[in-house]
Design a protein around this ligand. Structure first.
Ligand code: PBG
Length: 323
């Protein structure tokens, strides 16, 4: 399998994301992209986080960039009328997410890092992260679709396609699909160690991606699982060609971040997920108390070994010079 260490060095912005020791340059702001015009809907369980149409998103990110927020992760929110059992809408080239990536690339060139979420759950009518066959999530029917989604994001201009699905073997297939189509400089951020966690609730509201039946425990990792499985998942993804490895959620798995980061040779990211964000927002009433809490949290991520931090707190932290 092709391992391309140059992918993380390709632009100054990518180098800043993975190689700087400062907290500021490693922060990634998530966004939820919807269809329409002038849409700016706050997510009830995540104060300060919005579903935005492309026009509003571009203006939001332009403002973010003025505050030095250079890393942006985009999640598609797909209209329910377009959902089907195979997530077909996720790899249509002129969907809002792909359009947003194209416009951002035009406006900002290589000065920002654009990461895009690759999964089926926002585009399937049943809300699962894979194709259902004989009542189970069928791994090998799902991964070719994931690679199509990744290719569609790469064509739009994503720096990193971020596979959040937890199917086996998808990093290899995505890497092959990118290589075969001339996108050898597009990186893969793999959610390698993703637990079947109760901390994703608010996100599922934000992305309208709750499973309509069952849960995600046949593919996401058991919360009781120990280090060997985490290390297996991370090292497998590195061997398959992942450029950044993600561990998720963050708070309750910092020990895993530490163990995995000792074992692997690629940058490690943590996802400070929606439930963690909502907890902090509920526990703080003013900016100063939030500043202290978030500072303590981000330093714990760094201490555990995280190079990259995906967090909904990014905007407030950067706008107010918390670090
Ligand atoms: C999609 C995906 C999820 C998150 C990121 N990508 C939800 C899930 O797996 O159910 C969660 C992010 C968050 O909670 O902030 N597979």
């Amino acid at each position: 399998m092709k391992i391309r260490p140059r992918i993380n060095r390709w632009t100054q912005a990518r180098r800043n994301l993975v190689l700087e020791s400062s907290i500021n340059s490693s922060l990634v702001q998530p966004h939820f992209v919807v269809d329409g015009q002038g849409v700016n809907d706050e997510i009830i369980s995540m104060p300060g986080i919005f579903q935005q149409s492309v026009d509003v998103l571009i203006e939001t990110i332009s403002k973010d960039v003025e505050f030095g927020i250079n890393n942006h992760m985009l999640f598609p929110v797909i209209d329910s009328s377009l959902k089907d059992p195979y997530a077909s809408a996720a790899h249509v080239d002129d969907m809002p997410l792909q359009n947003a990536v194209r416009l951002l690339r035009e406006r900002f060139g290589d000065s920002i890092v654009i990461l895009t979420d690759v999964c089926l759950c926002t585009a399937t009518d049943h809300g699962h992260c894979g194709v259902i066959h004989n009542e189970v999530i069928d791994n090998d029917r799902t991964i070719p679709i994931l690679s199509k989604i990744a290719l569609s994001h790469a064509k739009a201009g994503a720096d990193y396609v971020s596979a959040s699905d937890m199917m086996d073997g998808r990093v290899k297939l995505i890497r092959e699909e990118l290589e075969a189509n001339g996108y050898s400089n597009t990186g893969i951020l793999s959610y390698s160690v993703k637990y079947s966690s109760s901390f994703y609730g608010p996100f599922r509201e934000a992305a309208s991606s709750s499973p309509s039946f069952g849960d995600r425990s046949s593919h996401q990792m058991d919360i009781k699982s120990g280090y060997p499985e985490a290390i297996l998942e991370a090292t497998t993804d590195v061997q398959e060609g992942a450029d950044i490895i993600m561990i998720k959620p963050a708070f309750t798995y910092l020990d895993v971040v530490r163990e995995v980061s000792k074992e692997i040779t690629r940058p490690v990211a943590v996802y400070n997920v929606s439930g963690e964000y909502s907890m902090v927002m509920a526990a703080t009433t003013d900016v100063q108390s939030r500043r202290k809490m978030v500072s303590e949290i981000f330093h714990s991520f760094k201490r555990a070994g995280a190079d990259v931090i995906v967090s909904y707190h990014t905007r407030e932290a950067m706008e107010n010079n918390w670090f």
